[in-house]
Design a binder for this molecule. Structure first.
Ligand SMILES: [Zn+2]
Length: 74
């Protein structure tokens, strides 16, 4: 799994990202990662990929914040 922190300075909350190469029937925007907390849109690493985002579990988000991570993998 891939995690990333929101680039919006008013938000900065981390969230989980799932990346797909083809359409999986979900409402997503190709090439962009959209924060599930505030809707802020950031460019993804792959402009052709589909990115689906989810809030992290509260304990997981606290752990991520405690480590002061901006991006992470698990
Ligand atoms: Zn955000």
């Amino acid at each position: 799994m891939h995690y990333r922190r929101c680039g919006n300075s008013q938000c900065l909350r981390p969230f989980q990202i799932n990346q797909f190469d083809s359409n999986v029937g979900v409402e997503v925007v190709r090439g962009y990662v959209i924060c599930p907390h505030c809707g802020f849109r950031m460019a993804g690493d792959d402009p052709d990929a589909l990115y689906q985002t989810h809030p992290m579990a509260p304990a997981q988000e606290r752990h991520f914040n405690a480590l002061k991570l901006t991006e992470g993998f698990e």
